[in-house]
Write a protein that binds this ligand. Structure first.
Ligand SMILES: C[S@@+](CC[C@H](N)C(=O)[O-])C[C@H]1O[C@@H](n2cnc3c(N)ncnc32)[C@H](O)[C@@H]1O
Length: 401
């Protein structure tokens, strides 16, 4: 008889850690608050809350800015890899992972006996699959694919924690970007950047240089209040023993009911490249939001900006190669002119990883919000373009009096 720690996860509350990119934590916390989840703690790239597996499923559907929803299983002490193997083999994985399934182990390790984190992953994976073989007679397959059961090991010095990665594939893979094109923004980052502006669909969202359309598509999902996770059909939690298809269906039904079918503002997305617009339209179609976005092929300076208010957001290239920089200097300078001449009454934003180029814009920034695009430190630069609109308002008032 093999003893071990029970792995009952369904129906009980546990800690839930949501990972995200650096810079995203304030927006992830705000999302959690609005979903009425408590904030237990935060790190530079994670926020901790608590809830049941049903809550974890809901978070997978609703969270726009997080990458992985990790449901806490066990905390343990292990000084070295052999001890890690022993402790992990003592947990009843056969209650959690189907013997005919597929397992991937990921990890965050900082232990003096481990030089290569892949070794810790292998030890952890071996402990799990050996245990299932011993108890059920059959070993699950394993590897680096994250499309089925994913277990995350967190091991720092002598203390470790095990989590189920309920997301499986990171949530940044919404599934709509079939055509990524040049330097696309990660979907979760695009959502974070939009949430940082405060835009929620009540006025216009103008996105020249839209590339594959990520910002415009995320804006449409935000403006319509559509949970982004509804776009995906596969999650890590589906590949666990005890997963109840009918309660998942009910969670999805309720999530669908929170979305609106109207938006006050207009979303306009343009790019100089016909290929980019073709790709962006396809992506928007896959995301089910194509009818909410007016696409156009034109240089950014000719993007139609309707009278009214809203956000104008551009994500120009950062110019990694020398030759590109000269051309980009002109582009950044031109964006300043476009803001001044065409976007009065709006809030202007540039998302860039090149602050030297951003100086060419020639306008005073109101805010500089730090973000990270992979490892590149970026800024969302905000420009208040209200001067002209105030003048217009004064003129309007004068005409009315
Ligand atoms: C960094 S990419 C934008 C990526 C986009 N945020 C995404 O997620 O796919 C910059 C885009 O600017 C476009 N572009 C470059 N010069 C332009 C110009 N003068 N006018 C309009 N678009 C331009 C490029 O075609 C490219 O699609």
């Amino acid at each position: 008889m093999i003893y071990g720690v029970h792995m009952d996860i369904w129906g009980r509350k546990s800690r839930i850690v949501i990972t995200c990119a650096k810079g995203i934590v304030p927006f992830l916390k705000e999302e959690l608050r609005l979903l009425e989840f408590p904030i237990l703690s935060e790190g530079i790239a994670s926020v901790e809350t608590e809830g049941t597996m049903d809550d974890a499923m809901r978070l997978n559907l609703f969270i726009r800015t997080g990458h992985r929803i990790l449901f806490f299983l066990e905390r343990f002490k292990a000084r070295h890899p052999d001890e890690l193997y022993q402790v992990i083999s003592g947990m009843k994985w056969e209650e959690l992972i189907p013997e005919g399934g597929y397992l991937c182990v990921t990890s965050t390790v900082n232990n003096p006996t481990i030089k290569d984190t892949r070794f810790a992953n292998v030890k952890c994976k071996d402990a799990i699959v050996d245990r299932i073989k011993r108890t059920c007679g059959r070993r699950p397959d394993s590897g680096s694919e994250r499309d089925r059961t994913v277990i995350h090991l967190f091991w720092k010095d002598e203390m470790g924690s095990l989590f189920i990665d309920t997301s499986g594939q990171p949530l940044s893979r919404r599934g709509y970007r079939k055509i990524p094109l040049r330097a696309p923004m990660q979907e979760t980052l695009a959502a974070g950047v939009i949430l940082a502006t405060g835009w929620r669909g009540n006025n216009n969202f103008i996105n020249p240089m839209c590339g594959s359309g990520t910002l415009a598509i995320e804006a449409a999902l935000i403006g319509l209040g559509r949970p982004p996770g509804l776009l995906r059909s596969n999650y890590g939690f589906m590949h666990l023993k005890g997963f109840d298809e009918s309660s998942w269906r009910e969670i999805r039904r309720k999530a669908r009911a929170t979305a609106r079918d109207w938006m006050d503002g207009k979303i306009i997305a343009t790019d100089i490249s016909a290929e980019a617009i073709q790709g962006a339209k396809k992506n928007a179609q896959t995301a089910g939001v194509e009818r909410w976005i007016d696409f156009g092929i034109c240089p950014y300076g000719e993007t139609p900006v309707p009278n009214g208010e809203g956000v104008v957001m551009l994500n120009p290239e950062y110019g990694e190669r020398m030759g590109e920089r000269d051309a980009l200097r002109e582009i950044y300078k031109g964006i300043g002119d476009f803001f001044k001449k065409r976007c009065q009454g709006y809030h202007g934003y540039i998302f860039t990883g090149n602050l030297d180029l951003a100086k060419r814009v020639g306008l005073r920034t109101k805010k500089r919000i730090p973000f990270y695009n992979s490892n590149i430190e970026c800024r969302l630069l905000e420009y208040d373009l209200y001067e002209g609109s105030q003048k217009k308002n004064i003129e309007k008032l004068a005409l009315q009096s």
